[in-house]
Design a protein around this ligand. Structure first.
Ligand code: SF4
Length: 225
């Protein structure tokens, strides 16, 4: 089995409630969305920074498995993208010899069940006008994904909401209520470099129904990958 992978590297988790832990990152190529703030770029071949090698795409499952098995002193392995759910068969064929952490846009419920064996789910809730897709349908699909991969005693699931400079706090709060039963907490993450007073008001409003934290992308402030 093979997958299109852009890069493999060690770094710290820069987002969400586990920010700061050391992880192995596997970044898959391609996404089903087109968010206007997306800053993800893809290498044509896979750049494996763990060994300094460039590997031709698509990459063999066993190559990835070996890196996971040989990784030491990591908290977990992050599967990111792009959208890793596009590679559900490939990822579910891997042996979980370390804890597995998923970063997903949570819009592919038909694939979400393949990730039930994961330990950590960092899922997005996209706001209206972020992508060109039909929003109501996108939101329904997001609710379904969170329901399938809900927070349990064995799986920590939280929801990340990327906030632009201007947003309607009532609207964001209402959207969050649709998934509050399925998540451990919400993370409000401003688009990098953006800060508004409203974010504090939104947090206060959401704290009425859920643990809600404001956490920027710390890896960008540190200037690391
Ligand atoms: S879901 Fe993530 S990777 Fe996909 S377009 Fe949006 S920001 Fe980019």
């Amino acid at each position: 089995m093979k997958a299109e992978i852009s890069e493999i590297f060690y770094s710290i988790q820069g987002e969400g409630i586990l920010a700061g832990v050391r992880q192995l990152f596997i970044r898959f190529r391609g996404c089903n969305l087109d968010c206007y703030y997306c800053d993800t770029t893809y290498n044509e071949n896979c750049i494996d920074y763990t060994s300094g090698k460039e590997v031709k795409n698509p990459v063999e499952r066993d190559y990835i498995q070996k890196i996971i098995d040989n990784s030491e002193r990591i908290h977990s392995v992050t599967f990111t993208g792009g959208e890793p759910m596009l590679y559900d068969d490939f990822i579910s064929s891997l042996n979980k010899t370390k804890k597995f952490y998923l970063e997903s846009n949570m819009t592919l419920p038909e694939r979400a069940k393949q990730f039930k064996f994961f330990d950590f789910i960092a899922g997005d809730l996209k706001l209206r006008n972020v992508t060109s897709k039909n929003y109501n349908e996108l939101y329904e699909r997001t609710i379904k994904c969170f329901k399938i991969l809900r927070n349990t005693r064995r799986r920590l699931t939280f929801c990340k909401i990327v906030l632009p400079q201007k947003f309607d706090i009532h609207e964001v709060s209402e959207l969050a209520k649709g998934i509050e039963d399925y998540v451990h907490s919400f993370v409000l993450q401003p688009v990098f470099g953006v800060w508004t007073e409203n974010i504090l008001k939104l947090q206060e409003m959401m704290l009425e129904f859920k643990d809600t934290r404001i956490i920027p992308q710390i890896h960008k402030y540190l200037g690391v990958r």
